[in-house]
Design a protein around this ligand. Sequence first.
Ligand SMILES: Nc1ncnc2c1ncn2[C@@H]1O[C@H](COP(=O)(O)OP(=O)(O)OP(=O)(O)O)[C@@H](O)[C@H]1O
Length: 309
Amino acid sequence: MIEARQLTKRYGEKTAVDGLDFTVRPGAVTGFLGPNGAGKSTTMRMIVGLDAPTSGTVTVGGRRYAEHTSPLQEVGALLEAKSIHPGRTAFDHLMALAYTHGIPKRRVHEVIEQTGLQSVARKRSGAFSLGMGQRLGIAAALLGDPATVMLDEPVNGLDPEGVLWIRNLLTQLAAEGRTVFVSSHLMSEMALVAEHLIIVGRGRLLADTTVETLVRDAGGDTVTVASADSARLRDLLNGPGILITGQPGSEHLSVTGLSGRQIGTVAAEHGIALYELTQHRVSLEEAFMSLTRESVEYHASIQPARSAA
Ligand SMILES: Nc1ncnc2c1ncn2[C@@H]1O[C@H](COP(=O)(O)OP(=O)(O)OP(=O)(O)O)[C@@H](O)[C@H]1O
C-alpha cells in the first residue's frame, strides 16, 4: 500500500507536486496518469526516497522508504532514467544487486526467466535493445519479491509484443496480491490494464477514480436513433437522468442514459419503426483530455507557413 498525504515538491519557484493525497491499494493495478510534466516521475522518485518532499509524506507499507530495513524486498521500482553499467552483463548486474541486498542467487535465475532474458543474460547490457533494457529494469524491480511494484512509463518505446508482455505481467502481479502502481501519459493503454486511476495535472490531483466511473462522468455512452416518429419517441424515452437532443422535425435523436436495447424495446412496444440505432462508446482518451486540458504544460502551436523568399 502506498499512501501520500499532502505530498509536495518544489524546485525553486516551480511546484512539481502540489499537496497530493492518494492511496494505492494492493491486489489491483493502479494507473498514474497525467500529461507531460504533471509531476508523475517526481512523485515516484519521492516514493522510493530518491527525492525528499518539500512538505507532506509518502509511505509504502506504512513506513517511509528510508525506514525499511530491506527496501528492495518492500518496493521494486523501474524509474525512467535507470543507470546500468553498460559493460556489465544482465546476470552480473542482477547478481550485484542481489549480493548487496542479501538476496539468494536462485532468485536471480527466477527473475531472468520471468522476464524472458535467458538468451541474453550473459550479454553486455550496453548492447541491449530498448525492450531488453526495460525487461532488465523490471527484473531488477522484481528481484526482492516486493509487495509493491512501481513502474514509470514501462511501455514507452516498446513494440506490440513488449506492450502485451507488460500488460500481462502487471495483471499477474496484481492477482498475486501486490500493490502495482504504473505511470503513463496514455489513457488508452491504462484503460486496458488498470482498474483504479490516479490522474494528476500540474502537480495536483485531478481525479482518484476507476475506469468505469471516468466513462460515466464523461457522459457515458450515447445512442443515435432514427425513427418514423422522433417527437413521440422522445416523449416515451424521456425520464430522470436521460438526456435527449435532436433538431425538431429531424428523424434523428441522440440519447444518453439508455442503451440501444432499451430504446429499441420502447420503440417496438409502441409500434415506432426504427431506421437506425447506433451506440457510440465514449472515448477514454477524450475523457482524459477534457479532464487534463487546463493542465497541459506544453501545447503544440502551429507556426504560420512562411512564404518563399
Ligand atoms: N530536478 C528538477 N529541477 C527543476 N524542475 C524539475 C526537476 N524535476 C522535475 N522538474 C519539473 O517538475 C515538473 C514535473 O516533472 P515530472 O518529470 O515529475 O513530470 P512527469 O509527469 O513525470 O512528466 P513526463 O510525463 O514528461 O515524464 C516539470 O515541470 C519539470 O520540468
